[in-house]
Design a protein around this ligand. Structure first.
Ligand code: ADP
Length: 480
């Protein structure tokens, strides 16, 4: 198949979260399965300056209409491996910035123009670059305008640009809601500014457009596909998602096991596997050292790697500060984001330096060390479209403590409720239920044979992208 992936993030070029990991690994897996894969990405500074992109060649000059103005740019392409090409939609004014969506304080004011330009750039490349896509797969709000733009461009020019479009919701909490005035920048027919189109409470909602106009809609876990059809999880789009109930399917993300695999992980001080866990102890010792904890710490180490947002249940962790301060346990947190959460965690780390540690940086090496060196991984999300760290944790022999939502529900089995099959501990997304799970973690840790059995079952799980990519291939084929 000729497959086009369109996303705002792509590992290893630009990443703020799991979206980058998912699109990166999916694209590589599809290319390795022999498909002709083209990935479109905004020409962010980080991508344009990446060593792979240094020899990128210019493929097309762009002249994009946004309302009654024209904006120029270009499309550059490079190929990091066989069957895989990366197309950067470039315009320095829009994308040659350090941030992707904002400056750290607030969103960029021209985000509407930036991402409409991006989507229109993709349409132009499909139209003039003769890519003849079988599938155009759009990810999240930044690419959500593409299905309707493609349809309109096909109508206007009397051509076929994509046989089928797919829209994947990686997180319905981020929808790309923009002022009504922005609608003119899309140059779409006025009738699409309608309740059955992009209109959303007198504004425009890009994700709504993706859900309504793509041929198929997917989410990144089966549970999340169900959840977002309810008011509790739908973030105001549950009614819209319900209209596509027939066409929506949840496909779990996978783990890129060339990167997240303790047997080959080059970012760790030692490697290990289920049959020989000695290296995990080396990683644990290194983690204790990096956190400034005593080398002889006996109690369990709890790890967290997350964007600090309400989504990740950080407030439930904060509400259980006394658990971490008052028991023979350690807590290592890697995460940044919400300043209040960051400050509260920092204060705890300053008050209890022998037990609690915070690094508020983006630190790929540290994220691997926490996964490998911790005994438990804490992820009590309020909602979780798929989640990657709970899968990494199982593969790394680190027992996940997760809430029963979304992808966490689909990928972890509670060891107390299912003694023969459990791989983790589960709670409800609230502080009291997390407390109960933390207490159960202490009991599990104290029971060495049971702890080892849970750990071994987690390490035996196969979350590889080979499986995930096959599910996508099947879905593409069904759509065609
Ligand atoms: P989300 O996409 O909602 O942020 P996921 O669990 O799907 O959550 O993916 C998060 C990814 O980002 C993981 O690969 C995780 O290790 C990584 N990550 C989050 N915060 C940091 C950080 N401070 N440093 C390094 N990696 C991080």
């Amino acid at each position: 198949m000729k497959i086009v992936e369109v996303a705002s993030e792509l590992f290893p070029y630009v990443k703020t979260g799991g979206l980058a990991d998912a699109v990166g690994a999916l694209s590589v897996a599809l290319a390795d399965h022999g498909h002709e894969v083209s990935v479109f990405l905004p020409g962010y500074r980080a991508a344009a300056e990446h060593k792979d992109a240094l020899g990128a060649e210019r493929r097309l000059r762009l002249k994009i209409e946004l309302g009654d103005q024209f904006f120029t740019g270009d499309v550059r392409v490079f190929s990091p491996r066989k069957n895989l090409r990366i197309f950067l939609i470039c315009r320095e004014e829009f994308f040659d910035r350090r941030g992707l969506y904002g400056n750290g304080e607030r969103d960029y004011e021209d985000n509407a123009d930036r991402f409409i330009f991006f989507c229109k750039g993709v349409v132009e490349m499909l139209r003039l670059g003769e890519l003849q896509a079988d599938i155009v797969h759009c990810h999240d709000w930044q690419a959500a305008l593409l299905p309707v733009l493609l349809r309109e461009a096909e109508r206007r020019h009397g051509v076929t640009l994509a046989l089928k479009t797919i829209f994947t919701i990686h997180n319905i909490a981020y929808q790309g809601v923009l002022p009504r005035s922005v609608f003119a920048r899309t140059n779409l027919p006025d009738e699409l500014y309608h309740i059955d189109g992009l209109e959303y409470y007198a504004q425009i909602n890009l994700m709504k457009g993706g859900i309504l106009f793509a041929d198929r809609v997917t989410t990144v876990s089966p549970r999340y596909a169900q959840e977002i059809q309810t008011p509790e999880f739908g973030c105001g789009l549950d009614g819209v998602v319900q209209t596509r109930a027939e066409d929506i399917v949840g496909l779990l993300n996978g783990v890129d096991n060339s990167i997240w695999n303790p047997a080959v992980d080059a970012l760790l001080p030692a490697r290990y596997s289920a049959v020989n866990l000695a290296g995990k102890q080396v990683c644990r010792a290194e983690l204790l050292k990096r956190c400034g904890f005593a080398a002889e710490s006996k109690g369990p180490v709890f790890g967290i790697v997350a964007r600090l947002t309400e989504q990740k249940g950080i407030d439930f962790v904060l509400a259980n500060a006394d658990f971490f301060a008052g028991n023979d346990v350690r807590l290592a947190v890697l995460g940044s984001g919400d300043k209040r959460m960051e400050n509260e965690l920092r204060q705890l780390a300053e008050k209890y330096p022998e037990r609690i540690f915070l690094s508020a940086k983006l630190d790929e090496t540290m994220s691997h060390l926490i996964e490998a060196g911790s005994d438990f991984f804490v992820m009590p999300s309020v909602f979780e479209p798929c989640g990657l760290n709970q899968m990494y944790s199982q593969v790394y022999g680190t027992i996940p403590i997760v809430s029963r939502v979304g992808g966490l529900f689909d990928t972890v089995t509670d060891a107390d409720l299912n003694p023969a099959t459990g791989t983790g501990l589960m709670c409800d997304p609230n502080a009291a239920s997390l407390r109960d799970a933390l207490q159960r973690a202490l009991a599990l840790y104290a029971d060495k044979p049971r702890h080892a059995a849970v750990q071994q079952r987690g390490m035996a799980r196969d979350f590889s992208w080979q499986i995930a990519a096959k599910a996508y291939e099947r879905m593409y084929q069904e759509a065609l």
